[in-house]
Design a protein around this ligand. Structure first.
Ligand code: ATP
Ligand code: MG
Length: 569
């Protein structure tokens, strides 16, 4: 491609809301342009990178026998009603009516559509397993679209769905897909971790996320320093506590604690470690129909993990409650405790099961109980609702220590089981001739998010640094002075020769200053730039490596071979 003809509108302007390097550089270098909140155009360079990622994904999907399909973007609302996800997705679903007043939804993911496709077309266990996938635009009316391609409303996803006649076979396919996803991310040149993920209310170990390690990531992941354990903070659990503080000694008693309403002040007042205090967190749990105030009790040294708390209740979400709402509900803020409590629903963290020597609110203004033993609460609702912290012990090996790091979720693989097939009555005949719902897996990968993730991991203060497998063009041949016939003819020949060898090459033949063209090349991030300048008179040209910014002098007459060698390694 000749740069003089290419549509690459580079600019110095940074989009107003841009904070991430990927958002800034992809916009400035002319890969994408914003249309509206969360909506982006892909320009020629952006489209080339997207295609490269898609080609690698298609290649790896082909290698595991998944078949590509393409389902309609516009999906009938009835499918979402049948599966019950109309409420779960809520306002993320963009709904509209056609001219006949039929209601449709722009597909945010395609479980329902895929089940509907297979239903009555795959009828026997003999046709299973089957794995279908697509690479397709999705639409989610995200509450807070941000970070450019990272969290947009319209985005490109690879979504795959597998159908099985047994759980064993699903487990086999899940492991196969996990391995294929690892190969994809390795080929893209990304540093990543596969982590255990929240499986919603379905539970189990059947959900994993692929996290690209980056400080700018929206997800927090816990990683063990001793074994392979890694988990999203939403799903991470901790091993047994090693350094349990000394327990306070006190007989059970009701104790006056005037205006002592916080964990800090309570710890100071009683001179005890917050481990022995009970923290109350009030939230409003939102369900399909209505909402309720719920109290979560945990140790004063712990923090509530919202996703775990939502799962414990099978709720849609948790929202904050105001002081007034609490008072109206008859709750005595600052002095709430789980003993003799029946004002509203309560959930206790598992670490409080049989806990002894505790101090908790007495549900009476200015009073706490001390010396509390929770063994009498054996029938209360206990669940793991705390968030792991840096330094907690590993639940897997129990020897290692967990540390927290940030990641970008680029993929999510999930053992669905029969959730959707049962809801949509998609069944097959098993070996005994009985009808059974398909056992399913679902495998998502954020293609457009991956494009941004590559830049989050590979950039410097000058711009993008594309890896060889993702670069829109591998080589940029830059003519320093286009009025110089020798430079022009050498560069054009080299450009043609590289093209003939199948190398993706750009020829910067613009009538611009050298410095300007150089900055442009660095911003776009071609892995290599060949500089054809004055030195050509002495038989030399320069080769700049974008990652290191180092320039190497090459003999012009053997430059082609040297360049081909560089890009093959
Ligand atoms: P997140 O927690 O980031 O919202 P999700 O759990 O909603 O993601 P999935 O429903 O599992 O995501 O979708 C599969 C993949 O699609 C994700 O792993 C992610 O890479 C990508 N993805 C999801 N939402 C967006 C979005 N708004 N913009 C870009 N990519 C997205
Ligand atoms: Mg989401």
């Amino acid at each position: 491609m000749r740069r003089s003809k290419a549509f690459i509108p580079t600019t110095k302007e940074v989009p107003n809301d841009a904070v991430l390097a990927s958002h800034i550089f992809l916009s400035r270098a002319g890969f994408i342009s914003q249309v509206s909140s969360g909506l982006y155009n892909f320009l020629p360079l952006g489209k080339r990178v997207l295609k490269k990622i898609e080609t690698i994904v298609n290649d790896e999907m082909e290698s595991i026998g998944a078949q590509e399909v393409e389902l309609s973007f516009v999906t009938p609302v009835e499918l979402w009603q049948e599966s019950g996800r109309i409420e779960k997705f809520g306002k993320e679903l963009l709904r509209f009516k056609d001219r006949k007043e039929n209601l449709f939804v722009l597909g945010p993911t395609h479980e329902e559509m895929m089940v509907n496709l297979v239903c009555n077309r795959v009828n026997s266990y003999k046709q299973l397993p089957m794995h279908l996938y697509q690479i397709k635009t999705k639409f989610r009316d995200e509450a807070r679209p941000r970070f450019g391609l990272m969290r947009s409303r319209e985005f490109v996803m690879k979504d795959g769905y597998s159908f099985h006649s047994s759980t064993e076979d699903l487990n086999r396919e899940f492991a196969t897909v996990e391995a294929a996803y690892q190969r994809i991310l390795t080929r893209l040149g990304l540093e990543f971790r596969i982590v255990e993920a929240d499986s919603g209310t379905i539970g189990g170990s059947g959900s994993k996320e692929l996290m690209v390690i980056a400080d700018s990531g929206e997800d927090t992941i816990a990683i063990c320093d001793h074994c392979q354990y890694a988990a999203n903070i939403e799903a991470a659990v901790r091993g047994s506590k090693k350094d349990i503080p000394e327990a306070p000694e006190a007989e059970f008693n009701r104790f006056m604690t005037p205006d002592i309403t916080t964990i800090e002040s309570l710890a100071y007042f009683f001179k005890v470690d917050p481990y022995y205090l009970v923290k109350a967190v009030a939230k409003r749990a939102v369900y399909d129909e209505g909402s309720d105030i719920v109290l979560f009790f945990l140790r004063g040294s712990d923090t509530l993990q919202d996703v775990k708390a939502v799962n414990a209740l099978h709720a849609l979400e948790l929202v904050d409650v105001s002081e007034e709402e609490l008072q109206e509900a008859g709750l005595i803020t600052g002095f709430m405790g789980p003993l003799n409590f029946n004002t509203c629903k309560m959930v206790l963290d598992v670490s409080l099961k049989n806990a002894d020597a505790m101090i908790c609110g007495a549900n009476e203004k200015d009073y706490h109980y001390v010396g509390v033993n929770f063994s009498a609460l054996i029938n209360a609702d206990f669940a793991d609702i705390t968030e792991v912290c840096e330094g907690d012990s590993c639940p897997h090996c129990d020897e290692g220590i967990l540390s927290l790091t940030k990641g970008i979720e680029v993929g999510h693989i999930f053992k669905l089981g029969t959730t959707y097939s049962a809801a949509l009555k998609a069944e097959f005949l098993n070996e005994k001739g009985q009808r059974e719902p398909f056992i399913m897996g679902t495998y998502g990968m954020g293609i457009s998010r991956l494009l941004a993730a590559v830049i989050e991991q590979h950039h410097d203060d000058r711009g993008c640094i594309w890896t060889l497998s993702t670069a829109p063009y591998i080589i940029n041949v830059m003519i320093s002075n286009i009025k110089d016939d020798q430079q022009m003819s050498f560069a054009q020949t080299l450009y043609e020769q590289l093209k003939q060898r199948g190398v993706e090459v750009m020829l910067d033949d613009r009538k611009e200053r050298f410095g300007f063209k150089m900055k442009d090349a660095e911003l776009i991030g071609f892995p290599y730039t060949v500089i054809v300048g004055k030195e050509l008179m002495n038989g030399n040209i320069q080769l700049m490596d974008r990652a290191t910014l180092e320039q190497e002098t090459l003999a012009a007459d053997t430059a082609l071979e040297t360049i081909l060698q560089r890009i093959s390694t």
